[in-house]
Design a protein around this ligand. Sequence first.
Ligand SMILES: Cc1cc2nc3c(=O)[nH]c(=O)nc-3n(C[C@H](O)[C@H](O)[C@H](O)COP(=O)(O)OP(=O)(O)OC[C@H]3O[C@@H](n4cnc5c(N)ncnc54)[C@H](O)[C@@H]3O)c2cc1C
Length: 460
Amino acid sequence: MVLRAGSLPPISQHIVIAGGGFGGFYTAKQLERLAPPGARITLINDTNFLTYAPLLPAAAAGTVDPRHIVVPLRERLKRTSLRVGYVTGGDPARNTLRVEMISGIVKEYRYDHLVVALGSVSRVVPIPGLTEHAIGFKTIAEATALRNQIVRHFELAEGLDDVDQRRTYLSFVFVGGGYAGLEGIAELADFARDALKRYPRCRETGTRFWLVDAAPRIMPEIQSELAEFTEQVLGRRGVEFRLGTTVAEVRDDAVLLSSGETLAARTVVWTAGVRASPVAEQLGLPLERGRIVCEPSMRVSGYENVWALGDIAAVPDPARPGQPCPPTAQHAIRQGKLLGRNLAAVMQGRQPRPFSFKTLGAFADLGRHTAVANLMGLRVKGFLAWAICRFYHLAWLPGADRKSRLIADWSVELIFPRDLAEMGQLGHPPALGEPLPARPAQVDRPLASLQPPAGQSPTD
Ligand SMILES: Cc1cc2nc3c(=O)[nH]c(=O)nc-3n(C[C@H](O)[C@H](O)[C@H](O)COP(=O)(O)OP(=O)(O)OC[C@H]3O[C@@H](n4cnc5c(N)ncnc54)[C@H](O)[C@@H]3O)c2cc1C
């Protein structure tokens, strides 16, 4: 039985949610409906928006405006206090969470219940030159920086007389053959193909796209027949695959592979998996391979009032006994909805329920009205799979305004050519009275701030 908040006796408890992505947002939404009156909900996130990550490849290729794939948290949460700050640690023995606020002040938040939903970061391995020269593909900053870098490289290449030099600016390497890497390379190869129409000298040289993965096949989440179809579709668009191959070194203008081959390219996109946010190590909670160990109810093992979900949590997967849930939005959303219910139940003296969800499947949008999907074991490809992908995103992107903007972006994309304005200067104004710098602002490379976990070898 579900009791709505209005019909319950007041309970004065403070619930602090760390992280406002899929897991944290849906927990807060559910608590707004179900938590007893008097319960205070505080959500702490390092930005004031949720990033709808599955549409990052589209944002990187300019198919949708980056602002349209983020959801302002204040607009969608009515009963929750949002605090923008960076969680740096916690002391569960004292029921406190440490946060560096955007003002720079460090604050301690006291809680009756803590929900940890801080997500994951790119999984970086110690490859020489990787953090200096590669760009990640997990945040809106990276997707925007990537798009700007590609346009800037087209501009640079157009002005170069040396063909070999020009070629390195027009060549791109994606490392990682999961859905993020495949969707990313598909979108950006399309973007480059359209952009070439406006760059005559670049058109003469042509572009090259490589996808490198250590595994012998792409996308283990889908059936091998669909993986082969994906390779064929992308192969016809000029994407070259280097499977069963690892990256040995990344240089400013080349990628060296374990096979001895050198790929001359100046853009390297790292999509080779994720690991739990390293902040997990500062929270004093039990960890298993970096993820917070949880019971099936999402309660952290050994703690009555600490809960975790999403990519940062090792929540037992009911569909694969002995294994944690995979790090997907599908799981984080369902976990958030149940965790809100569980917290409301516990506050009223009832028992929490275990998480039970069987993945709906996986899909990869390959652009140009084609996708592949494994829907509960059913193989779907081509236009039907693509239409399902689009409906899926439309259904899950929170907010009618965001959905409308997405439809508008998709419609504009059908009619008009790509927007090739390079907006690297956005948000980097010159000092007052100074001219704009001749060189656009440097690309932010958030990978550079990530160090591989100690003791990890390049083959991990
Ligand atoms: C390119 C790409 C495509 C994807 N496509 C799909 C897909 O098609 N289907 C699917 O199911 N999944 C997909 N995923 C995976 C999915 O996005 C994640 O599994 C999901 O976002 C996890 O939810 P979460 O709540 O655990 O973390 P997140 O949604 O990442 O939320 C974590 C939040 O915590 C904030 N945060 C992090 N550290 C701190 C800190 N120290 N202090 C304060 N705030 C902090 C972050 O800014 C973020 O808002 C994709 C991911 C990527 C990168």
